[in-house]
Design a protein around this ligand. Sequence first.
Ligand code: HEC
Length: 454
Amino acid sequence: MRYHSMLLSSCLLAAACAESGRDAPDPTGGIVFTPDRPEREHAPSVAPYTGSDPIVLEAQARFPTGLDLHVKVIQRTCSPTEGVCHNTKEYPDLHTAANFLAAIGAPCNVQAGTREGIFDRCERPGDRFELASNAVSSGPIEIGVLRYVPGEKPDFKLSPPTTSSPGLHIKLADPLVTDREEIWAEGRFIRTFVDPAGLVQDIAYQSFGTRWWVLSGGTELLGEVNQWQADAVNALLDVGVVEGDPNMNGIFGARHGEPVDLLVPGDPETSYLIARVRGVMEGSDVPGTRMPLANQPLSTAEMLALFCFVEGLPGGAPSRLDGAIDFKDCSYSADPTRLELYGSSGDVTWSGRIAPLLEVNCGGCHDADDPSGELILSGDEAFDALLADADGKPSMKRVEPGSPETSYLWLKLTNDPEIEGSPMPTSPLTGWRPLSSEDLDDIRIWIENGAIRD
Ligand code: HEC
């Protein structure tokens, strides 16, 4: 306010100011501009870790603040494999520090590429649907899935509707109670809104009137869509109806406990981003390829920094990343090896070391859905797949127990001139991202020891 009134009064004195305020010379020769800037809030100081665990010390040295974590670790989980991550929409875009901050307390899987890729615990309570008709005795019912099947409206009197007929399909969480097969009615879509003052209100935000067919014992409705109603349906789809079971597996995630967020302040174990790096959350498998897909997986020190960062986040929305990460009071500093993604060197068993190593480093491309080189290196099928003949060189086995030199897998990992195609693991950036010497040693030892499934 002060600034405005001063500018105004100097303008009144200078005649030229009226025509062009910007070019007006300040008669006093100085620039009067002293806005009230907010005090730069200094991040609270954090006492450093002074123990002797080398992993904690490494993490503290490399990642003193959340900003270091973002630049050195988070950016790597997605960049520079632009095409790998974002075209599939499977990963949230975490390229900028602002996006990373925005992930705190934000819902997960809002942009999942496929319905199957959605984790149950990312599902939110769905919007509700209600038919305004005396033929129905249910109130509003939670929507599980809303699906529009395009196509010419058939004559349902001739061929009865099914769950794949053209029209608007609504799967409901609880069955609609009626003895009718078809109901002409206005269908209302209802959502609970909470205004900034905390007032909770159920509002019917869209409606659609048509003939509704009752399918599957009332758990699914099919709304006929006439040509002139296409706009109304498109408007409805544009609004984005919140579905309670978008992955269509019959489990309404939000009914089985609190939905999780991308990053949950104070709780790394239920932070979806971290679960995507580990492949599990509290014992349940998380669908989708592991992050990072084709870059170096996170080391134990990197995992520790991520866990301690999230554990130390204050509730509410932190506004900056440059505060110090508290490694001293972080509960994971007591035993960071718990955060190892693929076991430690020295214990070279299939289940304890080799399988997790392959899963994390290779599973993104060699997954069961669409395995590169017809080779699955993720989950239960990996072991048998490794003992089979190589696809690129059928005269060789992928693994010849006892003999790394004649195992195609080993030749691929060491970029032997004998191989077809590329050395492994491939990297979109550099062509080849060789495994660390510890990882290679353990794979060689495992093959030399007979490639046993132990
Ligand atoms: C970025 C994707 C990607 C990653 C990561 C990756 N691979 Fe591959 N892999 C491929 C593709 C594509 C092929 C098929 C073309 C070829 O053989 O070069 C392949 C082929 C192979 C083959 C040959 C299979 C055969 O029977 O011909 C082996 C063995 C292999 N990969 C092992 C691995 C291992 C082990 C890792 C992890 C340490 C790994 N790959 C990581 C993409 C990948």
